[in-house]
Design a protein around this ligand. Structure first.
Ligand SMILES: Nc1ncnc2c1ncn2[C@@H]1O[C@H](COP(=O)(O)OP(=O)(O)OP(=O)(O)O)[C@@H](O)[C@H]1O
Length: 127
């Protein structure tokens, strides 16, 4: 934990360490994040295979980051809900549904962007 006596630099270093610990936790334990990370790896490999342009790489990297970030926040909301109220409660269900809805927006955005990037390459290969 950060202490009030920690200076600016030590405070920043500790914050980064906790943040990377959280990212490592998400990537190694959360099934939804593991699945999305694997999809991200497939997309990165596809990017090299299809020689996508620099702009397409930028959009691809952005949507991968968007989905993983929102999924991470959704996991945090789920953990918080389970911590404050582990039993069934309709408000908890509603809060979790809303957090999952945010992931849906990010995922749909990613699907549209990925289709726009890859459909011309796939079309070119098929025709
Ligand atoms: N304590 C609860 N009370 C009421 N409804 C709940 C509760 N916990 C979960 N739910 C309902 O079940 C759904 C799934 O919740 P859960 O915590 O299992 O998330 P998940 O999306 O399945 O998890 P993951 O992101 O790990 O796949 C919620 O969106 C909500 O509708």
């Amino acid at each position: 934990m950060k202490k009030s006596s920690d200076g600016f630099l030590i405070g920043r270093v500790k914050s980064f360490r906790y943040a990377f610990k959280g990212a490592f936790f998400l990537i190694t334990t959360e099934h939804s994040v593991i699945t999305q990370s694997l999809l991200a790896v497939i997309l990165i490999i596809s990017g090299f295979l299809f020689h996508i342009t620099k702009t397409e790489w930028l959009f691809q990297v952005l949507v991968i980051g968007l989905v993983l970030s929102i999924e991470g926040l959704n996991t945090a909301v789920e953990k918080l809900c389970d911590f404050i109220h582990s039993d069934y409660h309709k408000h908890i269900g509603f809060i979790k549904d809303i957090a999952a809805g945010a992931v849906t927006f990010a995922a749909l955005t990613a699907v549209v962007v990925i289709l726009i990037i890859y459909s011309p390459y796939i079309y070119e290969k098929v025709i």
